[in-house]
Ligand binder design. Structure first.
Ligand code: ADP
Length: 343
């Protein structure tokens, strides 16, 4: 039905997830409302033979932004190109992508919030009028020429819509927020991917991986791969509930799905900052991590699970987090009774 799109991607884009990534939106699990809206947009664009409106995806890492962005051109049967906002340092870096864009093709820019302002501004006329303004020469000899582009679709993905300028945000016709997945949805993803990875998994083991995957399909895939390896190496290759629990425990993944880094965050907040409130920069500094890593990768799930709350004065632990760490009866900040805080 659809022709396989031709993919142009930068050398640094290595799709580690290719074997598990759904190829068409229909194969994606969860995000039903987003899917329903996109399906209508894709269907209408196909029927009218017009380019799909520009789309912006936002949400924490690993929730399916890239997957949607790669499924859409396949569903439309058009070419697509992939660029990374971090690699687009100047307008000239964007020119080859824009001039290569074919009628109705898709250009996907991941981490679009990392483009500098000059690149963003260069993109405005390309998005709005399918035109770029090139300045040739400089000083008194400088002149601007307009270059017409083929009508194309831009798909942007960001972990932080807050960092996008309003003019850029407003140029996307569809803006979709991806949220964490339910345990049922993640179980389904684990079961489907176990078939792809050719590992036999019990239903309750799939659910255990789902529960411990922080609401995130990418995490579920990584946990599943580890459980598969463990099952092959330490058992008969079958992922039973016991094998799965042992495998996850060996990686330091606790029953809530928190890994060592998540627990280190909570413990830092408890031990160094007396449970908070503490600024994210201070926490990141103490943990020797970039604040962006904490904000994008660690905090969203802790906030959503109500283990940490944001207050005007900074991040604060909740009683549930203290209970989870086994510090429920110990006043935060007290060092007595808190062995092994940085295991
Ligand atoms: P993001 O771009 O938001 O960081 P990705 O789209 O790369 O996340 O998703 C990471 C992996 O998780 C994908 O390779 C895919 O295997 C899996 N995944 C994400 N969303 C879904 C989904 N809705 N259904 C099934 N698998 C998914």
């Amino acid at each position: 039905m659809t022709r396989e799109p031709i993919l142009q991607q930068p050398a640094e884009f290595k799709d580690d997830d290719r074997d598990l990534r759904p190829q068409h939106m229909q194969e994606m699990v969860g995000q039903r409302e987003v899917y329903a809206r996109l399906e209508i947009a894709v269907d209408a664009a196909s029927k009218r033979d017009e380019p799909l409106g520009h789309i912006l995806f936002d949400g924490p890492p690993g929730l399916g932004k890239t997957t949607f962005a790669m499924c859409i051109p396949r569903d439309l049967g058009v070419r697509f190109q992939i660029a990374s906002g971090a690699a687009l340092a100047a307008p000239k870096d964007l020119i080859p992508y824009l001039t290569n864009a074919e009628q109705r093709s898709v250009l996907f820019i991941d981490e679009i919030h990392r483009m500098p302002n000059a690149v963003e501004e260069f993109l405005y006329p390309a998005m709005e009028d399918f035109r770029i303004d090139l300045t040739l020469g400089d000083g008194v000899n400088a002149r601007t020429i307009n270059m017409q582009l083929k009508p194309f679709t831009l798909i942007g993905a960001t972990t932080r819509t807050g960092l996008l300028s309003a003019p850029l945000r407003d140029r996307f016709q569809l803006r979709e927020h991806l949220d964490f997945y339910s345990t049922d949805e993640l179980s389904e993803i684990v079961r489907r991917n176990a078939v792809k990875l050719q590992v036999e998994i019990d239903g309750e083991a799939a659910r255990e991986i789902a529960v411990r995957s922080r609401g995130t399909p990418r995490v579920a895939n990584n946990r599943l791969r580890w459980v598969r390896d463990y099952a092959v190496s330490r058992a008969d290759g079958r992922a039973s509930l016991k094998v799965t629990k042992d495998a996850l425990a060996m990686q330091g993944i606790d029953p809530l799905g928190l890994d060592r880094q998540d627990r280190k965050y909570l413990k830092t907040l408890a031990r160094v900052f007396g449970g908070g409130p503490a600024g994210v920069e201070a926490i990141a500094h103490t943990m020797n991590l970039a604040p962006d890593t904490l904000i994008d990768e660690v905090e969203p799930y802790l906030l959503r699970s109500e283990l940490v709350v944001r207050t005007p004065r900074g991040r604060k632990m909740t009683p549930a987090a203290l209970d989870h760490l086994g510090l429920g009866d110990v006043p935060p900040g007290s060092t007595s009774g808190q062995p092994n805080l940085f295991d």
